[in-house]
Design a protein around this ligand. Structure first.
Ligand SMILES: Cc1cc2nc3c(=O)[nH]c(=O)nc-3n(C[C@H](O)[C@H](O)[C@H](O)COP(=O)(O)OP(=O)(O)OC[C@H]3O[C@@H](n4cnc5c(N)ncnc54)[C@H](O)[C@@H]3O)c2cc1C
Length: 353
């Protein structure tokens, strides 16, 4: 398939496409609603020797002020198909489907497995990339397979969940095989029997005293309300949500490193918070580290700052540049390293730096 000149846009401003609202222009831009169009876009990039940037909803991207010198390919493949199999209900979902639309549809059909992931922005195709997770659930628990376009031989293949090597905010797509695959479809196994394990503190508090087991709809409502209170639900009217969500991952510490951290905390008469959901994975709260390194919610640094509702969200307070965002990121990382000897890793993808 060849593109008509109208299919490819040139010099497209990328900042307005992102939830953070920073970044320069993309030299070329294509929106692909089909596998054929993905194939043609890859071919175009190869023929013209252009670097390729694949995007979904651009909610986890910090794009450099210099923009992207090659082709930006937005994956917009639609469609949700439900298939019954001996192994349960499989939902085959196009990579371009809005993630929260899929969650909403599964919850209203009373299918459990992703209800705690309500309200996360972005598209289905990006969920395996960083193994999207929140409130005790990760997509790796329900993904069974993926349809991908393999850029090494330009073929469409199926990958099993096991081949994705999912871990905390990690998969082959953001590590060993970064840039190799374009995700076209993700297949999830959801179940009417599956009931969420409400082990996350905020959810436990929300439902404390409720005599009946919360329904999927109640859990979705609770998660969305909790997220909104933290500025973690995209709302054009809420400047606290002009972000990429959490900017830093929760560090995973060895027992020795954790003991060292506890020692440093005791010297400062502080206690490292330990929530069961974090402790199980030996994670510690990045938000606690940030807040105890000199940054409180609402901290300002010119046109960027920390959300007033969440210490881990760097927000664009209006007209910020990517350089300003990175400046604040560096300042926080430096302070946490100096104070606690811990390196915070950014969660979003830094593009073009
Ligand atoms: C307010 C807010 C709250 C958030 N809360 C959470 C949260 O609770 N938990 C969480 O895990 N994340 C959270 N995020 C981060 C983000 O929403 C997720 O990572 C989301 O899955 C990104 O989807 P996207 O379509 O916007 O991906 P993009 O930002 O467009 O891309 C992210 C990465 O995935 C790659 N990618 C995207 N689509 C494809 C594809 N089809 N094939 C191959 N690679 C692809 C891109 O190249 C890039 O590397 C939050 C973000 C915001 C703004």
């Amino acid at each position: 398939m060849e593109f008509s000149p109208f299919d490819i846009q040139q010099n497209v401003a990328l900042g307005p496409l992102t939830t953070l609202g920073v970044g320069g222009t993309g030299r070329y831009f294509v929106k692909a609603e089909s596998v054929e169009k993905v194939r043609a876009a890859v071919h175009f990039a190869e023929v013209h020797e252009l670097p390729l940037l694949v995007i979904g909803g651009a909610s986890n991207l910090v794009i450099s002020d210099l923009g992207w010198p090659g082709l930006v390919l937005e994956i917009a493949i639609d469609g949700i198909r439900q298939c019954s199999s001996a192994a349960g209900e499989i939902f085959e979902v196009g990579a371009g489907v809005d993630w929260d639309r899929f969650v909403a549809e599964s919850v209203s059909g009373d299918f459990g497995g992703i209800e705690c992931l309500s309200g996360i922005p972005g598209r289905v195709g990006a969920t395996p990339v960083q193994n999207v997770g929140a409130y005790g659930q990760e997509v790796s628990e329900t993904i069974v397979s993926l349809l991908v376009f393999d850029r090494t031989d330009n073929r469409v293949r199926t990958l099993s969940a096991a081949e994705c090597h999912f871990a905390y905010r990690k998969s082959i797509f953001n590590s060993d095989a970064c840039g190799r695959y374009i995700i076209l479809q993700v297949d999830y196994r959801l179940s009417r029997e599956r009931r969420s394990n409400l082990r996350y503190r905020d959810l436990e508090h929300y439902f404390a005293g409720q005599p009946t087991t919360p329904t999927l709809r109640e859990i979705r409502k609770a998660v969305c309300e909790i997220r909104a209170a933290k500025g973690m639900l995209i709302d054009p009217g809420d400047p606290e949500s002009r972000s990429v969500g959490s900017f830093f991952k929760n560090p995973v510490l060895s027992d020795v490193a954790f003991a060292r951290l506890q020692g440093k905390a005791q010297e400062r008469k502080l206690r490292v918070p330990s929530y069961p959901a974090l402790a199980r994975q030996k994670k510690i709260s990045a938000a606690w580290l940030v807040e105890n390194s000199g940054f409180s919610k609402g901290y300002r640094r010119g046109r960027v700052g920390l959300s007033q509702k969440h210490a881990l969200a760097i927000v664009n307070r209006g007209g910020a540049t990517a350089d300003e965002v990175i400046g604040l990121k560096d300042e926080i990382q430096h302070a946490v390293e100096q104070t606690w000897g811990i390196q915070l890793d950014p969660e979003p993808v830094l593009v073009g730096f």
